[in-house]
Write a protein that binds this ligand. Structure first.
Ligand code: 13P
Length: 287
């Protein structure tokens, strides 16, 4: 059964480790992540962006697939199904569809509007026993070929949003989605420290987990990060393994064109990436 992410993240914050949020794109992705979490006895969060939701034929399809897998694969570790960077309408759709957690990303609104919408969605999510993440300070990334450097959130605004009763909070600390450019200045631990001082026990979320070096990840966890989002790194691992299979001509040998064979190396690469991250985040054995 899917669970809200609140309890697993409160435990992570108290235990000084982080739970991995891994974005899913299809059945292979989902199965690879769930099997790895079960093998390592780790809690896990499956992230679904609005785009991935559309790609996978809608939120209800995803809920059906994930619930089916939990039962058929006998997954007993805590699993949350979480909307990633949801807009206002998508949040309501996922509340209705049977997700167990949502993120409302109001970071692009003026703070008053972010507060008003987040307040309303906190009530709607909690009424269904779901957890909710909010965001302050937009997280950068590549848009139309231009890489935004990632804002640093205002700790006072973080406190305003935290006080609305959100279950965990994403705050920009110079992190960005996708690959980090060579001239990236690294995470702002000063900002993170200031945010944690004002938000206390609230679990903090680090987006853009791809390519952040292990020492920065460990330091971020020591300053209150309890959820780390990883997406691009699984995509890169999947693509590299699939490319290798094709370049070696394996799709042309025997029944190598069978999608169950063709996609197997990519699925294994996702598993290896998820394992590496769970070990780095310290969530192994914490289910
Ligand atoms: P990356 O793609 O950089 O790993 O970021 C993932 C993320 O933060 C999803 O919300």
């Amino acid at each position: 059964m899917l669970v809200s992410a609140k309890e697993m993240l409160d435990k992570a914050k108290a235990g000084h480790y982080a739970v991995g949020h891994f974005n899913i794109n299809n059945l292979e992705w989902t199965k690879a992540i769930l099997e790895t979490a079960q093998e390592l006895n780790s809690p896990v969060i499956l992230g679904v962006s609005e785009g991935a939701g559309k790609y996978m034929a809608g939120y209800k399809t995803i809920v059906g697939m994930v619930n089916g897998m939990l039962e058929e694969l006998k997954i007993t570790v805590p699993v949350a199904l979480h909307l990633d960077h949801g807009g206002y309408d998508a949040c309501y759709k996922c509340i209705e569809a049977g997700f167990s957690s949502i993120m409302f990303d109001g970071s692009h609104y003026p703070i008053e509007e972010n507060v008003a919408k987040t307040r309303e969605l906190v009530a709607a999510a909690h009424a269904k026993g779901m957890s909710i993440e909010a965001e302050v300070g937009a997280i950068g990334g590549e848009e139309d070929g231009v890489i935004g450097m990632g804002e640093c959130a205002d700790p006072k605004e973080c406190k305003m949003i935290a006080d609305l009763g959100v279950d965990f909070l994403a705050a920009g600390i110079g992190n960005i989605h996708g690959k980090y450019p060579a001239n990236w200045k690294g995470l702002s631990f000063e900002t993170l420290d200031a945010i944690q001082k004002l938000t206390g026990d609230l679990p903090l979320v680090l987006h853009g987990g791809t390519g952040i070096p292990a020492d920065m990840i460990k330091k971020a966890i020591s300053l209150g990060v309890s959820k780390i989002n990883v997406n691009t790194e699984c995509q890169l691992a999947f693509a590299a393994a699939t490319r290798k299979y094709i370049e070696e001509g394996k799709d042309q040998q025997g029944k190598g064109y069978d999608p169950r064979k063709l996609l197997a190396p990519g699925a294994q690469a996702i598993k290896d990436t998820v394992k590496e991250k769970m070990e780095m985040f310290g969530s192994v054995g914490k289910a």
